[in-house]
Ligand binder design. Structure first.
Ligand code: ACO
Length: 430
């Protein structure tokens, strides 16, 4: 792998160090800087990890300049058009597309694990009715470790894959339970005769007093959104899962930490923030005013759903979701004026020098909320939807890390606080 060398010279001491270059199968060459502190005595400074690879991974590839996203080598466009979320989950977990037998077996396994211990519902009912569902999700998912402590030997590959499947299967059940608690509806149990997304919609929206028919269009649209959100290499929440996992923590604790990281508006919380922003803009005539605000450095306002650390081109997921928005609204017979507003905002922003120069394009979250809204998912649940899908990526990355010799994640710092000083007794401080 390391067939190139880069030389770093400390001119003050004349010491020179060869830094090996690591070449992946694709992507930018990466300098291996591990020897820097012990040979030259320097650490590296990279706030936000904008220039740092923290691991080697075989799961997801992104070329942000070209707008490419692939899971295990398969282009996202092909998976979005031809695959299903359950098949993509298998692909991410195991590295290959399943045979028909493998897929059926995997689907059965996920179905078998959909129920949660009834005590967990008591835990959920302890939350205030208007608790944010992401706060509930972080707490409830973390608590799963308390139910499965006899299957938490992280050295045991069978325990690891079982935990991963449990998490993928139970996330929709927990998410729907959080929503139903907010609505004051009775617990909705998973119907194992239904498929993954149908089952989730049934758990969300069926009430004992009515017959609920799951809409095929809605289930298909949800499946597409879940495929697009399933993994995205070392983003903030996945890196959080890996960092927590590097301590040997159990996977439920890792995913609970991932959920918390995802909730931030700079990350997965942006899908909720986009709808709130579009609501606030209100009318197409107000778009120029908000674009002007987004460019004003003295104003903290940013165009939510715009910009990405890695994509300096159109986010390929946004391209797919944008096209799906029209189809879903059309098929569900809904006409959402927010779609026109979003389109106008995109048009004006993409013609503006500020956004062009900074390469700020719509990201995955810009249009996803419009589809969720059309499916009847409340805005406060948008980031939860993201978390259900991303759980597959989190556990796949966590499994990969468990299978690779890993050091505990422990960044360094540039200390800028006071140098040593003497403690003064309370009566001598002024
Ligand atoms: N609106 C206005 N200006 C923006 C925006 C935006 N949405 N995004 C970035 N910029 C500007 C910044 O002010 C900065 O300008 P400067 O160079 O003059 O200081 C420049 O573009 C670079 O922005 P950074 O914040 O340094 O870029 P970074 O890679 O650290 O952040 C991020 C990326 C967090 C996604 C950012 O673009 C953002 O806040 N976007 C809005 C929130 C959002 O949509 N998040 C979802 C991301 S996708 C996901 O996580 C699922």
């Amino acid at each position: 792998m390391a067939d190139k060398k880069v030389y770093v010279t400390d001119e003050s001491s004349g010491t020179q160090l060869n830094l090996p270059v690591i070449l992946g199968t694709e992507g930018e060459p990466t300098l291996d800087i591990k020897a820097l502190p012990s040979t030259l005595g320097y650490f590296t400074y990279d706030p936000g990890f904008a220039a740092t690879a923290a691991c080697t991974s075989k799961i997801t590839f992104i070329d942000g300049g070209k707008g490419i996203l692939r899971y295990r080598g398969y282009p996202i466009e092909q998976l979005a058009e031809r695959s299903t979320f359950v098949e993509v989950s298998y692909l991410l977990l195991y590295g290959e597309l399943p045979t028909e037998t493998q897929l059926n077996h995997f689907r059965d396994e996920l179905t078998y694990h959909t129920m949660v211990n009834e005590q967990l519902n008591h835990f959920i009912s302890g939350f205030h009715y208007d608790a944010h569902p992401m706060a509930m999700m972080a707490g409830v998912v973390g608590s799963l470790a308390a139910f499965y402590h006899n299957r938490l030997d992280m050295e045991n590959p069978e325990h690891r894959i079982l935990s991963a499947k449990r998490m993928i299967a139970k996330m929709p059940t927990i998410a729907a339970a959080c929503y139903r608690h907010h609505m004051g509806w009775p617990v909705g149990y998973p119907q194992n005769s239904l498929r993954f997304c149908e089952r989730f919609l049934h758990m969300m929206f069926s009430v004992p007093a009515e017959t609920y028919e799951v809409s095929e269009v809605a289930a298909k649209a949800l499946d597409l959104l879940f495929i697009l959100h399933a993994d995205h290499e070392q983003n903030a929440s996945t890196s959080t899962v890996r960092l927590v996992g590097s301590t040997g923590a159990n996977p439920y604790a890792c995913v609970a930490a991932g959920i918390s990281a995802l909730w931030g508006p700079a990350h997965g919380g942006a899908n909720e923030a986009v709808l709130e922003m579009l609501d606030e803009i209100g009318d197409i005539s107000n778009v120029p005013k908000y674009v002007k605000r987004a460019k004003d450095k003295s104003d903290p306002f940013r165009l939510m759903g715009f910009g990405h650390r890695v994509y300096k081109n159109y986010d390929p997921r946004a391209t797919i979701i944008r096209a799906a928005c029209y189809e879903v609204l059309d098929e569900l017979g809904k006409d959402d004026p927010m779609m026109d507003l979003a389109m106008e905002l995109e048009r004006i922003a993409l013609e503006d020098d500020y956004f062009v120069e900074k390469k700020l394009y719509p990201n995955v979250d810009f249009y996803s909320g419009i589809i969720y809204k059309a499916l009847g998912i409340p805005v406060s649940m948008f980031t939860v939807m993201f978390a259900i899908a991303r759980t597959v990526g989190w556990v796949s990355q966590w499994l990969e890390q468990c299978e690779t010799p890993t050091k505990i994640g422990r960044p360094r710092q540039v200390y800028a606080g006071p140098v040593e000083r003497r403690y003064r007794a309370l009566h001598r401080r002024s």
